[in-house]
Design a protein around this ligand. Structure first.
Ligand code: FE
Length: 197
């Protein structure tokens, strides 16, 4: 694990600074087998959410959904080596100390959302990139009917599906987006609304 947050506590301001530092230190790493970096993927996801009129929590979820890739030291192509990095759980466990479930649940569920969509929308699987299909196999493949039902019972599943759509599109080489500083305000808002609720 990268050494962020291992010395616990602090508040959400501290966490947001650590998140920005993580992108600064490791954001240039390649996003799986795609033509974008981790930071480009995060910014494209967050921007797609913003353009669709999502609120601060869901924009933050989109921006941070793959933070888990920056919290471990496995190679970016570990899926090709047959390793599921469980990045959604890593991000969830780290972020859940500072953000509420409207941010962290869609993140935790974004891999399950892919498995769900493969089960309920037969054409969806054919839209996935090669890298995404490789990780799908490692993640357990399309959901069974029982898993579909369980997923639908989660109150955050609709947001997870929306996030999944932005995630799938956020692989466009050289797309110009707003920068991380633009999204920092959403993180501050999202953390604030979690502490008030
Ligand atoms: Fe992603």
């Amino acid at each position: 694990m990268t050494d962020v947050g291992s010395t616990l506590p602090k508040d959400s301001d501290w966490a947001i600074e650590r998140i920005l530092e993580l992108f600064e230190k490791r954001g240039e790493e390649r996003y799986g087998g795609e033509d974008v970096s981790q930071t480009q993927h995060a910014l494209q996801s967050g921007w797609a959410a913003e353009k669709e009129g999502a609120d601060a929590e869901l924009i933050s979820a989109a921006l941070l959904h793959d933070l888990g890739h920056l919290l471990h030291n496995l190679p970016d192509d570990c899926a090709d080596m047959g390793v599921d990095d469980k990045h959604e759980d890593l991000a969830y466990r780290w972020l859940t100390r500072y953000f509420g479930p409207r941010v962290t649940e869609p993140i935790r569920l974004h891999v399950e959302a892919k498995r769900y969509l493969c089960a309920v929308q037969p054409r969806y699987q054919s839209t996935l990139s090669e890298a995404s299909l490789t990780s799908l196999r490692l993640q357990g493949g399309p959901f069974t009917p029982a898993e579909v039902e369980e997923f639908q019972a989660n109150p955050h599943h609709t947001e997870a599906i929306r996030l999944r759509g932005w995630d799938d599109e956020a692989k466009i080489k050289d797309l110009v987006t707003p920068d991380l500083f633009h999204f920092k305000n959403y993180l501050i808002q999202a953390a604030g609304s979690a502490s008030r609720s």
